[in-house]
Design a protein around this ligand. Structure first.
Ligand SMILES: Nc1ncnc2c1ncn2[C@@H]1O[C@H](COP(=O)(O)OP(=O)(O)OP(=O)(O)O)[C@@H](O)[C@H]1O
Ligand SMILES: [Mg+2]
Length: 212
């Protein structure tokens, strides 16, 4: 009997030189969106275990499970898609290994000057190891509504484009609903915060833009 064609395995990795810019929050929400397409596992590469603890608090409310890296060998073959949440500031070789093994590498970024410095570090490491930048996608997170004339996210996007990296047009808004979601072990759309549904739409749009 002919074997049924194996579906394409998506590996999305969330990476950033800088800490606290939305890697774990984005991992959780992108994993949920991938899980709607096919069985998905989240690999929690961060020793602080934020993603694993988020999933554990929800006691099964999330549509995927989080695993430590050592489970990859036995679990990966049971899933169609993998999302990898990493710690900030990976060693060069860890970044390269992850880059080579990922379908896309998503870099959550907050619009501030340190973001650009951190991105330059990542880009330089990839270039130093002769990697093209085509798998990188910068996702601006925690965006506040602009008051006055300066639009920091627009400025940040322009600066990232100059580095030759693809930036998603979609930006994830800043809302306390993400903290509520984390505390409750749920997705942002399943919190009591009315902004949660809008914040979920942001991740839905960003996911569509990944075009995978
Ligand atoms: N869009 C957002 N709006 C408001 N707060 C957010 C948003 N995304 C994440 N946060 C909050 O910002 C903090 C950092 O987010 P998160 O843990 O996802 O970042 P991280 O890059 O994984 O951090 P670390 O480097 O420590 O692993 C958390 O308290 C989280 O709830
Ligand atoms: Mg994290």
């Amino acid at each position: 009997m002919p074997k049924s064609p194996r579906r394409r395995l998506m590996i999305l990795s969330l990476v950033s030189w800088k800490g606290g810019c939305g890697k774990t929050t984005s991992s959780i929400h992108l994993a949920a969106l991938l899980a709607a397409r096919g069985s998905t596992m989240l690999v929690d590469e961060d020793r602080s275990r934020n993603a694993s603890n988020w999933a554990a608090r929800g006691e099964g409310h999330l549509p995927f499970k989080a695993y430590p890296p050592r489970a990859l060998g036995s679990e990966a073959r049971k899933h169609e898609h993998i999302v990898v949440d990493t710690r900030g500031g990976l060693e060069d070789q860890d970044l390269i290994d992850l880059y080579d093994n990922s379908t896309l590498v998503i870099v959550p970024a907050v619009a501030e000057s340190m973001t650009l410095e951190a991105l330059v570090n990542t880009v330089n490491t990839l270039k130093k190891h002769d990697r093209a930048l085509d798998k990188l996608r910068v996702l601006f997170t925690m965006a506040r509504r602009t008051t006055g004339k300066t639009d920091k996210v627009a400025e940040g996007k322009a600066a990232v484009s100059e580095l030759g990296i693809h930036t998603l047009a979609t930006t994830i808004r800043a809302t306390e609903a993400f903290k509520d979601a984390c505390d409750a072990g749920r997705l942002v759309k399943d919190t009591k915060n009315p902004l949660g549904k809008l914040a979920w739409l942001d991740y839905e749009r960003a996911f569509k833009e990944l075009n995978i």
